[in-house]
Design a binder for this molecule. Structure first.
Ligand SMILES: Cc1cc2nc3c(=O)[nH]c(=O)nc-3n(C[C@H](O)[C@H](O)[C@H](O)COP(=O)(O)OP(=O)(O)OC[C@H]3O[C@@H](n4cnc5c(N)ncnc54)[C@H](O)[C@@H]3O)c2cc1C
Length: 409
């Protein structure tokens, strides 16, 4: 007979794990199963480009919960079992193993797959992405043999990887198509600061540069650029974003555009099917109601907790304040709010001191802060973002005055 779960969670990453944890915290007593296509119990992804990559944390230390936790809470985990099909009417799923399972409610928490290169040579050996444990283990296994590493993409994952690899004394080149680093997620002052920091650590950064081809016979030997330069490379890391993993949901009839569309309760257009985390497009009040996908642990966890509460009987719209962090060298960046659609920025402090913040404003209201080694600003700025406070930019720029002294509400 086909097994049926009251709540079936697809994806054992941050969102999937947190949904199960939060359901039990909300005293949900029904049956819960997590299906994961990975062979590992749920683990934290951020250390993959930080402490785990650098060898500072073992895999056991990045597990979201010890293995025993899941059994103790009566949460079944099906590893190595990808969900390939959903029948929304029958409330069933099919997996790669050819098995079928029924569900009362389904939570789709599949994140995304690392976007791969599309240029000639993209299938050569020695090209890697940094998305899951297997990816990083594959890089680590080859690291002793390689010296020249080219990183394609100047976003957070590329920059964090560069910082780790420089500490291991690898020669690093970063290729970025835009005219600045972090162009999608941060203001100019932050981009310039990180450009400077990476240059000081010996990273060769090529902005405004496209990759034309990856050179090599079987394995990569170089990266050919749009300006004709060839960067000798023994390894290539690709950090150019993700493609949301939503095929089965789309095939089942869920409305999808850039990810799966969800409403304020994280419900998809299909009955009894929720979607959370990196794959879920939602209208975010901190982005002035724009429909966006957020790729952060905060978003995955908070969506998971909201859905768990709803399933457990208390309807809980998702409206948490977004936050994010990134560690590179001795720099801890903490972001609160959404750094898009700003019309002005204010710098607090001096980037030369390696401790400063960039405040993002829209129509005079504080909508986000990027804080570099400035945890006080980050903590105090959260309230300004939460309340959408209007504050005189000259006051904001005065780093001798604490942000908490500027709160009106
Ligand atoms: C290297 C790296 C560093 C990061 N650093 C930070 C950081 O510093 N701060 C921060 O806030 N965020 C960071 N992030 C982003 C953060 O990890 C993600 O936003 C978060 O993991 C999203 O959670 P999720 O549950 O939506 O997806 P994931 O955690 O990606 O989990 C999805 C899981 O579902 C599995 N899956 C996919 N399809 C199927 C299927 N059909 N059937 C079964 N299983 C499936 C996937 O293999 C994966 O295990 C980082 C991400 C990476 C990769």
């Amino acid at each position: 007979m086909m097994s049926k779960y009251d709540v079936l969670i697809v994806g054992g990453g941050h969102g999937g794990a947190q949904a199960a944890i939060a359901l039990r915290q909300a005293e949900f007593e029904g049956s819960i199963a997590i299906f994961s296509n990975e062979e590992f119990y749920p683990y934290e992804r951020p250390p993959l480009s930080k402490e785990y990559f650098a060898g500072e944390k073992s895999f056991e230390r990045i597990l979201i919960r010890p293995e025993s936790f899941w059994q103790e809470r009566d949460i079944e985990i099906h590893l190595n079992n990808r969900v390939t099909k959903i029948d929304a009417n029958l409330h069933t799923i099919e997996t790669t193993n050819g098995e079928h399972f029924g569900f009362g409610q389904l939570i789709w928490a599949t994140g995304g797959a690392a976007r791969w290169l599309s240029c000639p040579g993209a299938q050569l050996a020695g090209i890697h992405v940094v998305r899951n444990r297997d990816d990083v283990d594959a890089i680590l296994a080859k690291l002793d043999e390689v010296h020249n590493i080219t990183i394609i993409g100047g976003g957070y994952i590329g920059l964090e990887s560069a910082a780790v690899l420089r500490r291991l004394d690898k020669n690093i080149t970063i290729i970025e198509a835009q005219d600045r680093l972090l162009s999608r997620v941060a203001g100019m002052e932050i981009s310039e600061f990180y450009l400077q920091q990476h240059k000081e650590h010996g990273v060769d950064i090529r902005l405004n540069t496209q990759v034309e081809a990856i050179d090599g016979e079987v394995a990569v030997t170089g990266v050919k650029l749009s300006n004709g330069d060839i960067i000798p490379s023994d390894m290539v890391l690709v950090g150019i974003g993700i493609v949301p993993s939503i095929n089965a949901l789309r095939d089942a009839g869920a409305i999808c555009a850039n990810g799966v569309d969800v409403d304020a309760l994280c419900r998809t257009s299909l009955p009894d099917i929720f979607a959370i985390g990196d794959c879920a497009s939602h209208a975010n009040k901190y982005a002035a109601g724009a429909v966006i996908r957020l790729e952060s642990v905060q978003n995955a966890n908070d969506m998971a907790s909201a859905v768990a509460k709803t399933i457990a009987g208390t309807e809980s719209p998702y409206d948490a304040v977004p936050w994010f962090w990134s560690n590179q060298y001795d720099l801890r960046l903490q972001t609160v709010g959404i750094t898009s659609d700003y019309d002005a920025t204010v710098l607090r402090g001096n980037p030369d001191d390696k401790s400063f913040s960039l405040v993002y404003l829209r129509q005079g209201k504080v909508i986000a802060l990027d804080c570099v080694n400035a945890t006080k600003d980050y903590v105090q700025g959260r309230k300004l973002v939460l309340n959408g406070e209007k504050i005189d930019p000259t006051l904001l720029a005065d780093s001798n005055i604490q942000l908490k002294e500027m709160q009106i509400g």
